[in-house]
Design a protein around this ligand. Structure first.
Ligand code: ZN
Ligand code: ZN
Length: 334
C-alpha cells in the first residue's frame, strides 16, 4: 500500500510500505479521511519525544473495516468506524487511577505506532467507534480533535456567564470555542493572526474576533475569566497569561516545543488567585465527541477546508505548518 513515512525528523516521503495485517484483537481500517494536526508538524520536526522513527503519521481518522483479527467478535468487515488513537498500558499508576492520557507508557496510533496517513491502518478493535448513519468519514475524522476539546472543557469546566478568550483560531481553538459557547460564555473572543479564520470563528459563536490580542483586551480591560491557548506558541502563551482576569483560569491546549518556557509571576498567581491548567489529548471523551457531532451540537463542516490525495502529504503538512486553511485532510482512497 501507499503511505506517508517520516523516516527521521524533517525527512518525509510518500511511498510503498507493506500492507498491515490485523493482529489478535485488531482490525484493519481502509482510511476514508485522515486529518493533519499541528502535533503532526511537531512530530515531523522531531519535537515530540515519544515518537520513534520511521513512523507513518496520522491520528485523526475514520474509515471502513476490511479485515478483522482473531478474537474480535463485535466488529465485522464493512463497518464504518471512527477510531480513538489512544494506546495506554492499563497497568501504570495513572492508568489504574483512570488517567490514561497521563500513562507512563502512553502511545497513540500515528504518534508512537504507524497511523492513518496511509491507505490502510491496523488498530485495536476496542478503539473503534461505529459511525452513525449519515456521518461522513471527513466529519468523523474531526471527532479526535473534538475529543481533545471535550477533555479540555472537562479540565476547565465552563461557568455560565463568564468571559472567555481563545488564543488560536485553528481547529482546536474553534472546536474548544464552540464547546465554551455552548457552556454559557457571555463573551467569547477568538484571536488569530490569520484574518481568514476569523469569519469562521464568528460563524461558530465568537462575539469578538481579532488578529490582535490587544484588541480583545481593549474590549475587556480587566481580562478574561478563562483564557485558552490553542497555539502552542510561547509568545502567544505569554500574552495570553497576561490577559487572565483576577480569579481566572489559563488553560494550555496547544503543543509548545518541549524546551520552551514562559515567564510567570508567582506573586500574581498568589495575589490574583490565577489557576494554570493543562489538557493533554483524549481521556474518555471520544464517544462523547462522536455524539456531539452526530447530534449536530458541534458543527465541524466549516472547519474542513482541504481534502488532498495521500501523495501530497509533504505539501499538506507544510500548509498546516504555515497555518493555511483550517482542517486539512488526506483522502488516501480517493
Ligand atoms: Zn491531533
Ligand atoms: Zn499506563
Amino acid at each position: 500500500m501507499l503511505a506517508a513515512v517520516i523516516d527521521k525528523p524533517n525527512e518525509i516521503r510518500v511511498g510503498p510500505v507493506p500492507d498491515p495485517a490485523p493482529g489478535p484483537g485488531e482490525v484493519v481500517v481502509r482510511v476514508g479521511a485522515c486529518g493533519i494536526c499541528g502535533s503532526d508538524v511537531t512530530i515531523a520536526a522531531g519535537n515530540f519525544p515519544p515518537t520513534p522513527f520511521p513512523i507513518v503519521p496520522g491520528h485523526e481518522f475514520a474509515g471502513e473495516i476490511v479485515a478483522v483479527g482473531a478474537g474480535v467478535d463485535h466488529l465485522r468487515d464493512g463497518d464504518r468506524v471512527a477510531v480513538d488513537p489512544t494506546l495506554v498500558c492499563g497497568h501504570c499508576d495513572w492508568c489504574r487511577a483512570g488517567r490514561g492520557n497521563l500513562c507512563d507508557n502512553w502511545g497513540a496510533t500515528g504518534d508512537t505506532v504507524d497511523g492513518a496517513a496511509a491507505e490502510y491502518v491496523a488498530v485495536p478493535a476496542y478503539n473503534c467507534h461505529r459511525m452513525p448513519a449519515g456521518m461522513t468519514f471527513r466529519q468523523a475524522a474531526l471527532v479526535e480533535p473534538l475529543s481533545c476539546a471535550v477533555h479540555a472543557v472537562a479540565v476547565a469546566p465552563p461557568r455560565v456567564g463568564e468571559s472567555v478568550l481563545v488564543v488560536g483560531g485553528g481547529t482546536m481553538g474553534l472546536l474548544t470555542a464552540q464547546l465554551l459557547a455552548r457552556g454559557g460564555a457571555s463573551r467569547l473572543a477568538v484571536v488569530d493572526r490569520k484574518a481568514d479564520r476569523l469569519p469562521v470563528a464568528e460563524q461558530l459563536g465568537a462575539t469578538l474576533t481579532s488578529t490582535d490580542l490587544a484588541e480583545a483586551l481593549d474590549d475587556r480591560p480587566r481580562g478574561y475569566d478563562l483564557v485558552v491557548d490553542a497555539t502552542g506558541s510561547p509568545p502567544a502563551i505569554q500574552a495570553g497569561l497576561a490577559a487572565v482576569a483576577k480569579g481566572g483560569r489559563f488553560l494550555v491546549v496547544g503543543v509548545a516545543p518541549p524546551e520552551a518556557t514562559v515567564a510567570i509571576s508567582p506573586f500574581r498567581i498568589y495575589n490574583q488567585e490565577i489557576t494554570v491548567l493543562g489538557s493533554m489529548a483524549v481521556l474518555h471523551s471520544y464517544g462523547q465527541a462522536l455524539r456531539l457531532v452526530a447530534d449536530g451540537l458541534v458543527d465541524v463542516d466549516p472547519l474542513i477546508t482541504h481534502g488532498l490525495p495521500l501523495e501530497e502529504y509533504p505539501d499538506a503538512l507544510e500548509m498546516v505548518r504555515t497555518g493555511q486553511g483550517l482542517k486539512i485532510q488526506l483522502l488516501p482512497n480517493g
